[in-house]
Design a protein around this ligand. Structure first.
Ligand SMILES: [Zn+2]
Length: 112
C-alpha cells in the first residue's frame, strides 16, 4: 500500500523515501504549510487547518530545494524559510509543453 510518508509529496515526483535522499517534513506553521501544499501541486489535500496531518504524513525530498536553502553540506537541514522550488510539476510540464509545441527551440542545442 502506498502510504503518503513513503513518497515525496510533490505531485509529479516519484522519489521514494528509502534512505537514499533526505526528506523534509512539512512546516508546522499554517501559512507556510499551505504554501508548500500549493508549491507541491497538492491542492487535493484539503487541510481544514490540520497542520499536524501534513507535518506527520507528508515529506518533500531534497531535490526540490536550492543549494542555498540548506544549512549544511549534508543537505539534511533546511533554512527555516526554505520552500520547495525545484522540479515542481507546473514548471516541469511547462517545459515539456514548450518543447512539444516548439520543436525548433531544441534545434540550436542539437547543432552543438
Ligand atoms: Zn521529490
Amino acid at each position: 500500500m502506498r502510504k503518503p510518508g513513503d513518497f515525496c509529496a510533490v505531485k509529479s515526483c516519484m522519489t521514494r523515501n528509502n534512505g537514499q535522499m533526505s526528506f523534509f517534513r512539512f512546516p508546522k506553521d499554517l501559512n507556510r504549510c499551505k504554501e508548500w501544499l500549493k508549491l507541491c501541486s497538492r491542492e487535493d489535500i484539503t487541510m481544514s487547518n490540520d497542520v499536524n496531518y501534513c507535518y506527520n504524513n507528508l515529506r518533500v525530498c531534497a531535490k526540490h530545494f536550492e543549494n542555498s536553502m540548506f544549512l549544511n553540506d549534508l543537505r539534511n537541514r533546511l533554512q527555516p524559510h526554505a520552500k520547495p522550488m525545484l522540479y515542481i510539476a507546473n514548471i516541469v510540464s511547462n517545459v515539456l509543453i514548450n518543447e512539444r509545441m516548439n520543436p525548433s527551440l531544441l534545434a540550436p542545442l542539437q547543432l552543438l
